[in-house]
Design a protein around this ligand. Structure first.
Ligand SMILES: Cc1cc2nc3c(=O)[nH]c(=O)nc-3n(C[C@H](O)[C@H](O)[C@H](O)COP(=O)(O)OP(=O)(O)OC[C@H]3O[C@@H](n4cnc5c(N)ncnc54)[C@H](O)[C@@H]3O)c2cc1C
Ligand code: SF4
Length: 504
């Protein structure tokens, strides 16, 4: 234990944020870089618990008390080695993880938990600064070839692990750059895309072949994939969005959140180094018609989750006239709900940095209709307040009479989650079996076709980056065992907490 009295002496202090008015003017990260002294003090708050619940709260089994101690001792190199032994991309999770480890931290029972995510980000940024993150190609190659299809965090982690095991890995991506939703979903103000590029350079130098702009199933047929590789890992994500099929869905101005977010990330990438002011001339980059801007519009974001919050932050940067975010479920309690006591993932109200930048939020609201003008443009949303009542033991939605209202809206963004991966094309061509939710059925990462494996959102459904990395690592281990009969890749630490709690 670094400092026995640390948790008594220091208050929790996580990442500092840039001032709201300043950060709304650009797409740079909201969080400022770490401060060495602050990180040391935060690490000193760790009690090095006999049973470190943080460790099992983390889907990666990160060895948290040990790296906290190492940081307190200013042995940053050791801290980096401990962290990178279980997490391939702490620079992602240190920025955008909701930190289930913190929700299960023992200190959190009666004080604010240890700022684990902030410490994690500090360690990996220090490691890059010091030049400790260098390519480490495997000493020997096995001669086995593995294709990884989809370069989100699951695919990147699987490729990284399989390459470490000595297999020759090709990582296929249909987009122009790797990263999956971390690249084209999560906005730059949460995670700057140089962070992905920096890691991609290391992976390439370690021998991973990255092929972007290749849609597997179209440019490379399923049969060719099976023929050319000894094993295949499918990590294509959960890409079919949940729609809102109500009257007026066809109107101009009604879009899925991902259309809006990915366009903005692309604009930021295209205007690298220059300020992005989309209301002016798009920095000389020629854009097709159909570009989505919230500028001067009344925006309604339908869906209260992370994706919706990212739409709020982006709309504020576009200088929208008004921003409303509505959610069909009731407002969660401000504090941890009694139904989710420590160390479970708490059901409680979450306010993101995007919410802090300004928007109206409302819960228990149902959208009944998109209302258009005579030219087919969206002009309003017909909304109604609802209550949730028990009906035959199940919760059912009931409209509250007299609460129907029309809210002006020229841009409606549907952020209602994702159903499952796309079945048509590659997956059906490979004869993949699906589970009841339409995700790939691969209980132990291996599908019914023994040389085909799956991981990430494609297998577990829409989830989190930390789970995607964990799944990529586990799938890589399963592939390695399949190819070599045994695997020396690190196994995941056994969780003390029921997986149901961690499935957030
Ligand atoms: C807007 C948004 C914000 C989010 N914010 C957070 C957050 O703050 N924190 C968090 O932890 N999680 C967040 N998530 C969830 C997180 O991004 C995902 O859970 C995670 O990225 C899933 O990783 P993955 O590798 O399984 O799939 P993805 O990241 O979806 O990557 C799949 C990749 O496969 C490629 N692909 C698919 N099919 C093919 C094919 N046939 N050939 C070639 N390539 C193919 C796709 O182009 C894509 O690049 C967010 C999600 C969204 C949508
Ligand atoms: S549970 Fe919290 S206090 Fe205990 S070891 Fe983990 S981080 Fe430290």
């Amino acid at each position: 234990m670094g400092k026995p009295t640390g948790f008594l002496e220091y208050e929790r202090q996580a990442s500092q944020k840039r001032a709201i008015e300043e950060r709304k003017q650009d797409y740079n990260e909201v969080d400022v870089t770490y401060d060495k002294q602050q990180t040391k003090e935060q690490a000193a708050r760790c009690m090095d618990c006999g049973i470190p619940f943080c460790h099992s709260g983390c889907p990666l089994g990160n060895i948290i008390p040990e790296f906290n101690d190492a940081v307190y001792d200013e042995n940053w190199k050791l801290a980096y080695e401990l962290l990178s032994s279980t997490n391939n991309f702490p620079e992602f999770t240190g920025r955008i993880c909701p930190a289930p480890c913190e929700a299960s931290c023992v200190l959190g029972i009666n004080k604010p938990p240890v700022a684990i995510e902030y410490i994690e980000k500090s360690i990996i940024e220090k490691a890059f600064e010091e030049g400790w993150v260098v390519p480490q190609p495997p000493a020997n190659r096995t001669g086995k070839k593995v294709a990884v299809v989809g370069s989100g965090p699951a695919g990147m982690a699987a490729a990284d692990q399989l390459n470490k095991a000595g297999h020759t890995v090709t990582l296929f991506e249909r987009a122009d750059q790797i990263g999956g939703l971390v690249r084209y979903g999560i906005p730059d103000f949460k995670l700057n895309k140089d962070i992905i590029d920096r890691r991609a350079e290391v992976m390439k130098a370690e021998g991973i072949v990255i092929k972007t702009g290749v849609t597997v199933g179209v440019d490379v047929k399923a049969s060719q994939l099976e023929r050319d590789f000894d094993a295949v890992v499918l990590t294509g994500g959960s890409t079919v969005p949940r729609d809102l099929n109500i009257p007026g869905r066809e109107l101009k101005g009604v879009h899925f959140a991902m259309e809006f977010l990915s366009q903005q990330n692309k604009r930021v990438a295209d205007s690298k180094g220059k300020p992005v002011d989309q209301s002016v001339d798009h920095q000389g980059v020629a854009y097709q018609n159909g570009e989505l801007f919230a500028t001067d519009k009344n925006v309604v974001v339908i869906g209260g989750g992370d994706t919706g919050s990212d739409c709020v932050g982006t709309s504020n940067r576009h200088k929208a006239k008004s921003i409303n975010q509505i959610e069909i479920m009731p407002m969660p309690p401000k504090e941890r709900a009694e139904s989710t006591p420590w160390p479970q993932w708490p059901m409680q109200l979450r306010t993101s940095t995007s919410h802090e930048e300004g928007c109206e939020r409302a819960w228990s609201i149902n959208t009944k209709e998109f209302v258009g003008d005579e030219n087919g443009n969206l002009k309003a949303l017909k909304l109604v307040e609802i209550e949730w009542v028990k009906d035959n033991g199940r919760m059912a939605m009931k409209e509250i009479p007299g609460t129907e209202q029309e809210v002006p809206c020229e841009l409606a963004l549907i952020a209602a989650g994702f159903l499952h991966p796309q079945h048509e094309g590659l997956l059906n061509d490979l004869g993949i079996e699906y589970d009841q939710r339409g995700n790939i059925n691969a209980p132990k990462y291996q599908t019914s076709n023994e040389k085909i494996f799956a991981a990430g959102d494609m297998r577990r459904g829409q989830s989190l980056v930390v789970w995607a990395i964990s799944e990529g690592r586990e799938a890589a281990r399963a592939v390695d065992e399949y190819l070599m009969g045994e695997s020396f890749l690190e196994a995941k630490a056994v969780s003390m907490i029921s997986p149901a709690y961690l499935n957030i």
